[in-house]
Design a protein around this ligand. Structure first.
Ligand code: SIN
Length: 482
């Protein structure tokens, strides 16, 4: 694996592979504990230089016809798919998710380049009916400028794609800072950029000190927008720093997704949805179900079916055949899951499956289910970000809507019902950016992904995702009278 053409240990800036750092960051494989390699620890100066090259590239890139930028995006998509297997393996090795999921993520990433490549040609403006006979009101869209992206370790390939593809399609250039746990999937974008002949400076990837790189992005006047996926805590800090320089921000932050099962639901489908929503990526997604609310009359039946399904999951190194859950990313991730289990069981919840580190060692953790969970437990308020399904019980529709909305977060939520009226009522009553109705997986490049309240601002994917990289320009064309 280490001789993969995609494993690059230098940064990609202005179309060149560079290593100007004094110190390096080691990256390990969470499934084996082995060191895979290391990457440069860049700071403010190197970030400023990457931004400067992005600013230079912006002049020509933004002036290209949309069709030309579309073409680069479509070639990017194709190249990702051409290397799906190698990129998927690299992702599994540095992040731990099962290979099938990793390859799925590469395809998901490619779908953003394809979608935004197609959309690049449809950035329309307006001609607004003028109140004057000798003046016209023209509205056009212009790219916001150089973008700084900061992305997490849980989707190291796809989270860059949905920012970079939208930025590039809109005519922006972008400097990407991936998470230090998973930099190689991001640096692989440099290999793809070289392969498709992307002009230098359109997309750069730098690794290093998150604080220093973020500070430079927030303060450097050449950079006009920050797009971030990660925790609400860091998102608020970034938004606050960026606001001091009046920069645009897109923030895709934490969640605390409720997953509601009504008594009229198809329980088998609800269990399938629960499995997908909860245990995808070992529960390490911003949109994964965090709180299961099950109507009391079907509580035991649902719990029993869920336990049976989860018990059958195969745990291990994501490169092995048939693995459905890999290790968690690191020790703090395991500690958080353990804390939530201890808190809940200490307050009376019952452990019905799992509950401890897996005997495979390292950061492997048993998929866990708790019953008898109540709203005073930490799992009701905080995102676990791990393979823990806590089952709460409820009686009425109004009651569960209250529980579901009683959180500062508002990213994704899910519910299962076969009652059409209830489906509409509950969908409309949930204060969330994304609602899965009888569906446990909601992600697609064609739909707007993003949250309300402390889950952030802005949308990724879809036509709304492109708008986030465009500014509106109004021109009053006067002097048209004879
Ligand atoms: C995330 O966890 O932030 C992204 C999940 C997805 O796109 O499905």
């Amino acid at each position: 694996m280490t001789n993969s053409e995609f494993l690059r240990e230098t940064c990609y800036v202005n179309g060149k592979w560079i290593d100007a750092a004094d110190t390096r960051i080691e990256v390990n494989n969470p499934a084996t504990g082995e060191i895979i390699g290391s990457v440069p620890r860049f700071g403010r100066a190197e970030t400023a230089s990457a931004i400067a090259s992005a600013a230079t590239a912006f002049t020509k890139w933004s002036a290209l016809p949309a069709a030309a930028r579309a073409d680069y995006c479509l070639r990017f998509a194709q190249a990702l798919m051409d290397h799906q297997d190698a990129l998927g393996r690299l992702l599994t090795i540095e992040m731990g998710k099962p290979l099938a999921e990793a390859k799925g993520e590469v395809a998901y990433a490619a779908s953003f380049f394809k979608w935004f490549g197609e959309e690049a040609r449809r950035v329309y403006g307006d001609l607004i009916p003028s109140p004057w006979t000798d003046k016209r009101i023209v509205v056009s869209k212009m790219p916001v400028g150089v973008v700084g992206s900061i992305t997490p370790w849980n989707f190291p390939t796809a989270m860059i794609a949905r920012k970079a593809a939208a930025a590039m399609a809109a005519g922006c250039t972008i400097v990407c800072k991936p998470a230090s746990q998973t930099p190689f999937s991001a640096l692989a974008y440099g290999v793809i950029a070289d392969e498709i002949g992307l002009p230098p400076g359109v997309l750069s990837v730098i690794t290093g000190s998150a604080a220093q790189i973020a500070d430079e992005m927030c303060e450097n006047p050449k950079l006009r927008k920050i797009t971030f996926t990660g925790s609400t805590e860091i998102g608020k800090q970034l938004a606050s720093k960026a606001s001091a320089h009046m920069k645009r921000v897109s923030m895709e932050l934490g969640g605390n997704a409720p997953f509601i099962v009504f008594e009229d639901a198809d329980l088998d489908k609800a269990v399938q949805g629960a499995l997908a929503s909860k245990y995808r990526n070992s529960g390490q997604t911003c949109v994964c179900a965090n709180r299961f609310y099950v109507q009391s009359s079907v509580y035991d039946a649902f719990a029993e079916k869920l336990v049976t399904a989860v018990k059958a999951m195969k745990i291990g190194d994501g490169l092995e055949d048939g693995i459905e859950q890999g290790p968690l990313i690191d020790e703090p991730a395991v500690t958080k899951v353990e804390e939530h289990i201890a808190d809940a069981t200490g307050k009376g919840a019952k452990l019905v499956l799992g509950g401890k580190r897996h005997d495979k060692g390292l950061t492997f953790f048993e998929p866990t289910i708790l019953t008898g969970v109540t709203n005073d437990m930490a799992v009701a308020k905080e995102e676990t970000f791990g393979p823990l399904a806590p089952l709460f019980s409820f009686e009425t529709e109004d009651e569960v809507l209250g529980y579901a909305n009683d959180t500062e977060y508002g990213l994704a939520c899910y519910f299962y019902t076969n009652d059409l009226g209830r489906a509409w009522r509950v969908m409309e009553g949930l204060e969330y950016g994304i609602v899965g109705v009888n569906e446990g997986i909601i992600s697609t490049e064609v739909a707007p992904f993003g949250g309300v309240k402390d889950s952030g601002m802005g949308r990724e994917g879809s036509k709304y995702g492109l708008e986030d990289y465009l500014d509106v320009k109004y021109a009053l064309m006067g002097g048209l009278g004879k």
